[in-house]
Design a binder for this molecule. Structure first.
Ligand code: IMP
Length: 184
């Protein structure tokens, strides 16, 4: 029989779940996984996308859930790909992004974690400043091989402590403070 959880992460991306489980585990919250492709609305706001996804997840599973929506915002190209990060990764990928960038390489990674249950819908944001590397370095999922956090010389893919400082960590830390307090 499957173990049941008080809280589930709903996503089609198992990498995100594994990182979220490790991070929340270290903050005292046990996280289950429901693999599902949630509908994404078109919007310029990660928060609006995340809230719509969270409502969709709750209406599908009728259990307390969190979902995540992320974006990689590159300064020199007006914050692109931002809310379109998933589409851009699937189309031009890391190679295409490296080709677009000539000079300025500043960027930031944003994670929105949204919680939804019968009565509550609440979002938490984590932002990490950094830059885009000149070449792909290390083996990792998604944009990990091209994102270098500030104060680091390594890409996410080369680091062994990504989960202690990532955009995901920052959003989940805020979420955990709120979630643990909710039950006091
Ligand atoms: P999504 O729309 O929330 O799934 O994420 C937007 C894009 O950013 C997707 O292509 C993800 O694979 C990518 N992404 C989000 N977080 C990370 C990360 O921590 N490392 C690498 N890529 C990421």
């Amino acid at each position: 029989m499957h173990k049941s959880f008080d809280l589930y992460f709903v996503s089609s991306n198992v990498h995100k779940y594994q990182e979220a489980k490790t991070i929340l585990g270290s903050l005292g919250i046990d996280l289950g996984f429901l693999k599902s492709n949630l509908g994404e609305i078109q919007s310029n706001s990660l928060r609006n996308i995340a809230m719509a996804k969270a409502r969709d997840a709750f209406s599908k599973f009728k259990r307390p859930v969190i979902i995540e929506d992320d974006g990689l915002f590159i300064d020199s190209i007006g914050g692109f790909p931002g809310p379109y990060s998933s589409y851009v990764f699937k189309t031009i990928g890391n190679r295409g992004i490296l080709d677009l960038l000539k000079n300025s390489r500043g960027a930031n990674f944003v994670s929105i974690i949204t919680y939804c249950d019968k009565t509550t819908l609440q979002s938490f944001e984590g932002k990490l400043d950094g830059k885009i590397s000149k070449t792909q370095k290390g083996k990792g999922w998604g944009y990990d091989p091209i994102f270098i956090p500030n104060n680091s010389v390594k890409t996410f893919a080369e680091m062994n402590n990504k989960n202690e400082l990532s955009h995901r960590f920052k959003a989940l830390k805020k979420f955990s403070r709120w979630y643990l307090h909710k039950w006091e």
